[in-house]
Every structure is written in C-alpha cells, then in structure tokens.
Design a protein around this ligand. Structure first.
Ligand code: MIC
Length: 643
C-alpha cells in the first residue's frame, strides 16, 4: 500500500503498540533535546532513575531560555546543567550560542530520525524531515534513560501545498492559515505532513517556521519531505552525509486533507490573545503599535531578518515605536554581520538582542502597559510578554517591518515593490566549538555537579488512593494555557528549579492568592473547560499544582502534552461525561469520588463525583494501559522504582 511519510518513519521506529490512531505506540528515539527552563527538572528526575549514562544515541542540553542573570538563580542552573551534561553524556550548548530549535535544525536534525524534546516547539525539526515531538521533562528523561517514547498514535493530515508565494507573503502565512482554518484545538492527535509541488518553494528556514508553530494547533508534530531543499541546507551545514531522500509514496493516503494554494494566501495576523485568532492583516491595519519584535524562537532565520533589513535600509524605526531583532543562532548572527543585514538594522534604530528566546517568553523587552506589540513569535497568551495588560499580535516579518516603518499595523503589500534581498552566505560559519562534548565515561563519574540554593528536589505524588475526597479549588474556562499555571517572564521562570517557589504563581492571573487557598483546601481538584493546559511542555504546570495538593483535574478536554504531564506526575485527568455539568461546578464544592483506584486498575471508563453530598456528576476516565499503571503507582518515578 502507498504509504505516507509519517507512517514510514513511525513504522521504522515502532517498538511496541499500534499505529491505529488513538492507540498507544512506543517509539525508539534517536535524539533528545532539553533546554534550560525545562532541563533542570528533567535532569533531577533523570537522576532518580538511577541510570549512569544517557542511553539514546544523541542527547543535547541547550541553554537559551532563562538567560537573564538578575541574580544567582539562572547562572546556577546553567552551571548545574553543564556539569550534568558532561557527567551523564549529553552535548551542552553554551548560553548565547542560539535558540535550541534553530541550533537543532542547523546542526543535528536529520531526515528520517525521531527526536523528543522538553519544549513544545521541538516540532521545528520536522523541517528536516524528522519526526520531532515535544514532551514534558520527565517523559524526556525517561527516553534518555533508554525507554521508548509512548504516545497516542496520531492521525495523519496531508497538507498539499501548490503554487508559489506572491510578494510579501511568507511561510508564516501558511501556518497562520492553518490556524485560521482549524484553531488551537484543530491539530489534537494529529501529525501534519506537507507535500505537493509548492513544497519546493519553501526553504528549510520557512519549513522551520511552519513546523515550529504546528504546536499551536495542539498537533503532535509536522513534517516536510527530505528533498533538494533539504540537501542544499545540509550541504551548507557541512552535513551532506546526513542526507537521504524521503517522501510519501505516490498516491499515499491520509486520514484528513488540507490544500493551500500559496498564490492565494494573503498576509495574516493573529490578534490577542490566541495564536488561533487569525485574520487578514487588512482587517486590523491602522492599529497603533508601541513595539515590534522580529526573531526569537520563530522567524529568526537569515531570510526573516534580511527582508526586515532590506525594507529598513536608509529608513528609521517609526519614532513612536521600539523595534527588537533576535537572530536564531550564533551562525545566523555571523551571517547577518557578514552580509550587512546587521548594520542596516542597527542604523535604522533596531535594538539587536543576543540569539536566545528572549521576549518570546517574557525574558526582557516587556511592552508598555495596555499597548500593542507586534511580534513574529508563536504565542500571544495573556501576560506572556511579561506585561499583564499586553495586546500581542503575531505575524510575519514582512508585516512586522511594514509596521515598523509606519507605526501602525500595515499590510506589507502597501510598501509596493518587493526589495532586492541580500543572499545568505553560501558557506555559513559552521562552528561547533560552543557545543561542548560530554566527558568520556571513564572521567564522567569524577565530575562534581554543584547545586545552587534555588535547585530543589521535585515533588512526587502519593500512590493513587481508593477514593478521592477534596475541594474544587478553582473553576477555569476553555484554552487555559500552561502559562496560566506556571507563568512566563523573568521573575517566575527563574524558579523553574524550585517547585515550591514557582507554585506561588499558579493561576495568579485569576487570583494572586490562589496558591494559599489551594493549600488550605488540599486535597484539591481543578475544574477546566476545553483544551486545558494548551501551549508549552513545561511540567511545572503539573508539578506546581501537585505541590499545592491537587490530586485530579476535571476538564472538558485536555491538551496533549499537559495531559501526559499530569499522568506522569501522578495527577488524575478526568473528563466530564456530560459537558453541561461543568456549569454546575463552583469553587469550594466538596467532592467525593469513590472507587477511583479500583476503576483505574480495572480499566474502567466511568466514575461519579458526589458534589456537596447533593449532586452526582458523571466523569470519564480515558487512559491507556500504561497510563493506568503510572497513575496507580503515583507517577513514573515511583513506577520505575517499584515504590
Ligand atoms: C514556550 O515557547 O512556551 C516555551 C517557553 O519554549 C516552552 C518551554 C518552557 O516553558 O520552558 C515550550 O514551548 O514548551
């Protein structure tokens, strides 16, 4: 039978389970990726697994998120991670070397490989035809310890691309178009495979943009075929040996279909406060902007920055607005310096930032109160920029730079003729000296891993009890992001190695005192709407509630990574049998759920919550056999240890 590309790569890596959509599949993983904001927890949990050396063929630790060094906390984490990587067999990319997703596509991703990373945008490496999946830190640590990666087998959506872009329209508009069509829940349980004649018109940088933001659809990942563009890229990266041609068979079948005619796309933009809130730029044109940020974890490639520079050559940044530019990696920084892109941007008045995630996660450059910030980033959840009253729009570099010129959101097609762009250097500065090799096994055990005072042991859940009795600590709506549970920004993220401290910020957007109330009410339940836990992979969004005494989350539906993080940490995810029951729940309700352990052990699918001894609420349990074992034990670590 003619096979699609996803099926080919998954079959090649399947070690257990089934590829039937929704069934659990176990995959052999070729590569793992950690970044610093999720890495310390993952490493601390890896340590508890009692494994002497990382077991995957290639593991890398990047440092790109918690970069601002206001005090000792972030540098202490970096020091810990560097020593840990050397000790346990991971490569270590030094701070300032670049953003993990850009670096991985430059240096390590390869066609046909599998990659699991503790960052939801690990999907970026789909640009080089890897099956690259984001996961919580503990799940990645488990893979590093040599276990297969367990995930629900996805449906495959074939996205046929035809035609070519018209001037000013870019690959960012492809992913915004998918988000416009499907919204932030439209990719759940799905891998998006791109094919068709239009694929050849998107270079690896453009493919990276699309695959990065496929995470915003809630998708498992996205993947492009390995073709001439892939070969060109690998050649420039001096990695031609990694090239293999890979694509779907002629006439391959897909579970679902999308078709995008590139010529028909127009410049798009996502309005506050969701990446799924997409409209044509023309609809919001004229909106005054206080800030424009180009670059960061998406749209930081050479082509993205070159177009901004070409538009700004001999012009200046509109006086009422501040512009920042972030190159994706040291290599890209070198390329823009060599080609004059850097100086055109500097002369125009752009503030040039170092190649790190930066403003995308509220790590500096927070916009002024109540103002509009136009960003080429991937997420605009409320307050993510660091300013609680932010109004963040997400768009392409062309729309962003048109806005820089005029001071108001501008359809770039109004700028007229498309400028001549500088060419990327044929031989970019490939230099891996900032990526340190692990110590050889014979020296590794002598390495001291220093832990600063902010590095605290992660909490563990108790075994699943026979019944759950507790209080509804909060009722939240649809599309709650992990940023609501463990916020972005310099202050909160510096507690990524310290769960007791980070839990003080849980749900602070709704109630700054939530953490105190939750502790008083413990054991507690959280009640949520659809797509609970969307966004990032940060397991702190499960660990902080665990620390506050949350034993179960009851929602209308869950985002993939967060649902799995809850289970891995021993928190039970349950769904409403009848969604309308959600409306009858209030904060402070006393719930009793009998027979939980028995139902989970027996693979039962239903439970009943008795609320205030007055009302019965039907609940659904949807767990794979493996997830049931994990929950019964009280989380993955306890299951592994057998206690
Ligand atoms: C994000 O873009 O939301 C992050 C910050 O990269 C997260 C990782 C984290 O929270 O550390 C992600 O995407 O998983």
């Amino acid at each position: 039978m003619a096979e699609n590309l996803v099926t080919k790569i998954l079959k090649d890596h399947m070690v257990e389970g089934s590829l039937e959509p929704g069934e659990e599949v176990g995959l052999r993983i070729d590569q793992t990726l950690l970044q610093d904001a999720t890495g310390t927890m993952a490493c601390l949990q890896f340590e508890r697994m009692g494994v002497d050396r990382v077991q995957v063929p290639f593991a890398v630790q990047y440092v790109d998120h918690n970069i601002i060094q206001l005090d000792f906390k972030n540098p202490d984490d970096h020091r810990f991670l560097q020593a840990f990587a050397a000790r346990y067999g991971m490569y270590y990319s030094r701070p300032g070397n670049g953003i993990c997703h850009y670096l991985h596509v430059e240096r390590f991703a390869r066609p046909g490989a599998t990659l699991v990373g503790a960052d939801s945008h690990t999907t970026s490496s789909g640009a080089l035809c890897s099956i690259a999946i984001g996961a919580g830190g503990l799940d990645v640590a488990l893979v590093m310890a040599g276990q297969p990666f367990q995930t629900p087998a996805p449906k495959v959506v074939g996205v046929e691309l035809t035609g070519d872009f018209s001037d000013w329209v870019t690959p960012k508009d492809v992913i915004l178009e998918l988000l416009r069509r499907r919204g932030v829940r439209g990719g759940l349980g799905r891998i998006f495979e791109f094919y068709g004649s239009g694929v050849a018109n998107i270079d690896v940088t453009g493919r990276t943009t699309i695959c990065n933001m496929i995470a915003e659809l809630g998708a498992t990942t996205g993947v492009f075929p390995s073709d001439e563009r892939t070969k060109e890229w690998l050649g420039a990266q001096q990695r031609l040996d990694d090239f293999v041609e890979l694509s779907a068979d002629e006439g391959a079948e897909y579970d679902e279909h999308e078709h995008i005619e590139l010529d028909e796309l127009e410049p798009l933009i996502a309005k506050p406060h969701s990446p799924g809130n997409v409209v044509p730029v023309s609809e919001v044109a004229g909106t005054k902007a206080a800030q424009v940020c180009i670059g960061s974890s998406v749209n930081s490639g050479f082509a993205d920055l070159a177009v901004a520079a070409a538009v700004l050559r001999d012009e200046i940044v509109y006086p009422g607005l501040v512009m920042t530019v972030t190159p994706g990696s040291r290599q890209i920084l070198d390329s823009i310096a060599q080609t004059g892109v850097y100086s055109d941007l500097v002369r125009a008045g752009a503030r040039m930032l170092e190649p790190v995630c930066g403003p995308c996660v509220g790590m500096g450059q927070a916009p002024p109160s109540d103002s509009v910030s136009v960003r080429t980033f991937n997420r605009n959840f409320p307050g993510r920029s660091g300013t609680q009253t932010d109004q963040v729009y997400l768009t392409s570099p062309t729309t962003a730079v048109a806005t820089v010129l005029r001071g108001v959101i501008t359809d770039p097609r109004e700028l007229g003729e498309y400028p001549e762009l500088p060419k990327a250097p044929a031989n970019p500065a490939v230099d891996d000296r900032q990526i340190l090799e692990p110590a050889p096994p014979e020296e590794a055990s002598g390495i001291e891993i220093v832990r600063g005072p902010n590095i605290k042991p992660p909490p563990e859940a108790p075994e699943l009890p026979d019944s759950l009795e507790g209080t509804v600590t909060i009722v939240v709506g649809d599309d709650i992001s992990t940023g609501d549970l463990a916020p972005d920004g310099v202050e909160v993220m510096s507690f990524r190695s310290n769960v007791p401290e980070i839990s003080r910020f849980t749900f602070r957007r709704f109630d700054p005192e939530y953490h105190k109330k939750a502790r008083e009410m413990a054991p507690g339940f959280i009640v949520g709407g659809h797509n609970y836990g969307q966004g990032s992979s940060r397991e702190h969004a499960a660990l902080a509630p665990l620390h506050l005494g949350i034993c179960a989350v009851i929602a209308k539906s869950f985002a993939r990574i967060h649902r799995r993080n809850l289970i891995s940490q021993g928190i039970l995810p349950l769904r409403f049998k009848d969604e309308s029951d959600y409306d009858s729940v209030s904060q402070g309700d006393a719930w009793r759920i009998e027979g939980v352990r028995e139902a989970v052990a027996a693979g039962g699918s239903a439970l009943t919550a008795s609320s205030n001894d007055e009302m019965e609420i039907g609940l659904e349990i949807r767990l794979s056999p493996r997830e049931r074992e994990v929950l019964l034990a009280g989380g993955i670590l306890k299951l592994l240890r057998g206690s």
